[in-house]
Write a protein that binds this ligand. Structure first.
Ligand SMILES: C[S@@+](CC[C@H](N)C(=O)[O-])C[C@H]1O[C@@H](n2cnc3c(N)ncnc32)[C@H](O)[C@@H]1O
Length: 318
């Protein structure tokens, strides 16, 4: 148990935090080498031992974003509160930047569109048509699309079919097991889920929240498989229903994931996904172009079309 948790934190330090968050990398290595902290973590259900969840929950409750010994002392003193809070929370990171990675593939679907996002969190990835985009393309140079208050930037390569305008979205609905709303409390949790040093991402979230609050997208409580049929049935006639999944299916067990794909096909919807490479092992291309970091895969109707940064900072067409 304890060694599994230690391995998990070490993998997190090496594979996720290194190069992105000095603070989280140090904390994760500290946890992995600390039997007392590991024993506390092992008292949590397995999915609640997730490094990102534990660290975010601690910060939400006031943990100082400092060096490991200071964080450790705080964590031991406040463990009961952290454990209680972690049991009722989950990592619901909502990253508007992902819209920049999704937009070109979305634009390949003839509109007008109805968007149905599974795992919509607070709905910040459900409003791609309300953002502006600035692509730095390896063939065309700078390409600007749309004119919203928030400009999402993305470096593109490999002949990305950049559209000339944002998509024509006429209807939208999210589905989430635990929808977040746009209240100050939920927005504070969203901001805390962003790693300590990533102030630019927090600014982007605040700007996206301001845009979403003008006309909050509807998000129904439900599971990606169980709720989908009913939501799709509500799509007005004349719109192309596109089911979007970004950073969600990784949380859905393999058999349910297969059931979800089957259901989307059965309902006659288009399916656009931005997910980690392991999520659709059968769709992973044999050769993945060299990328600046660990790539996510963009698929349209279960065909790989691009690899992208998990937060939409770059996109390479296949
Ligand atoms: C990491 S967030 C991604 C949010 C958003 N799609 C994005 O890209 O920013 C994953 C979301 O999926 C939701 N989720 C996880 N499993 C789910 C399920 N089985 N059914 C519906 N939502 C689920 C979580 O509650 C969470 O809000």
């Amino acid at each position: 148990m304890t060694s599994d948790t230690a391995d998990w934190y070490l993998r997190f330090a090496d594979g996720e935090a290194a190069g992105r968050s000095v603070i989280y990398e140090e904390w994760a290595r500290g946890v992995a080498a600390d039997p007392e902290v590991l024993a506390l973590l092992d008292g949590l259900p397995e999915q609640k031992r997730q490094p990102n969840l534990v660290f975010s929950t601690a910060r939400l409750l006031g943990a100082p974003s400092g060096i490991w010994p200071v964080f450790r002392e705080w964590l031991l003193a406040h463990w009961d509160a952290v454990a209680e809070e972690a049991r009722v929370r989950s990592t619901q990171t909502n990253e508007p930047g992902r819209c920049a990675a999704l937009l070109p593939a979305l634009a390949l679907v003839p509109g007008p569109l109805a968007l149905i996002e599974v795992g919509a969190s607070a709905g910040l990835t459900l409003i791609p048509d309300r953002y502006a985009y600035r692509y730095d393309d390896d063939r065309r140079g700078e390409v600007r699309i749309g004119d919203g208050d928030l400009v999402l930037e993305c470096a593109t390569a490999g002949g990305v079919p950049l559209p000339s305008a944002p998509p024509d979205v006429r209807w939208r609905c999210g589905i989430d097991l635990h929808p977040l709303n746009l209240s100050d409390g939920d927005v504070h949790w969203l901001e805390t889920l962003v790693w300590p040093e990533a102030e630019d991402r927090r600014r982007r979230i605040r700007a996206a929240v301001a845009i979403a609050r003008r006309d909050p997208p509807r998000i129904v409580r439900g599971d990606v498989v169980d709720a989908l049929r009913e939501v799709v049935a509500q799509v007005p006639d004349g719109l192309t229903p596109v089911v979007v999944s970004s950073g969600t299916l990784v949380y859905v067990p393999g058999l349910r994931r297969a059931a979800f794909r089957h259901l989307v096909r059965e309902l006659g919807c288009r399916l656009l996904a931005l997910e980690g490479m392991r999520v659709f092992p059968d769709l992973t291309p044999e050769r993945v172009p060299a990328t600046p970091g660990t790539p996510f895969l963009v698929t349209l109707d279960e065909s790989p079309v691009a690899v992208a940064d998990a937060h939409g900072r770059w996109l390479t067409w296949l």
